[in-house]
Design a protein around this ligand. Structure first.
Ligand code: 5GP
Length: 114
């Protein structure tokens, strides 16, 4: 039941989180266990479990997530130095929370992951 999901509770403000951005489709908040000086999670306001559950009707809305990421990067002043966007899907990626989200990481040299 997605209503028990921690990210859903954060969106609904049932659990506190440091929310840095909100609009009709997305909420963004700081990761509780940051892997970089700036580590923000951008989540959909409606439930999608992970990339495997994305449907054609989500196409237009999910395209906007890049605009949101860019806006936050500018607000956090990391856009010029650069940043990384990550979306995990299922076990091999290490997806821990079963609620679609994009990680925005920056504020230091992140190195290479591949
Ligand atoms: P995943 O591995 O699912 O892609 O990433 C989940 C992320 O959510 C992790 O980086 C983890 O630190 C973060 N996280 C887990 N629980 C909470 C929470 O209660 N609040 C916040 N702000 N972040 C959380």
């Amino acid at each position: 039941m997605y209503k028990n999901n921690i990210f859903y509770k954060i969106i609904k403000k049932k659990i506190y989180s440091d929310i840095v951005y909100k609009d009709k489709f997305f909420t963004a908040f700081r990761d509780i266990n940051p892997k970089a000086p700036i580590h923000i999670l951008i989540v959909t306001n409606f439930f999608i479990k992970n990339i495997n559950n994305i449907l054609p009707i989500h196409e237009n809305i999910l395209g906007k997530i890049f605009i949101v990421a860019k806006k936050i990067a500018i607000k956090e002043k990391i856009h010029k130095r650069g940043y990384r966007l990550i979306i995990n899907c299922n076990k091999d990626s290490g997806q821990e929370i079963n609620y679609f989200h994009m990680h925005l990481l920056g504020g230091k040299f992140l190195g290479s992951i591949i």
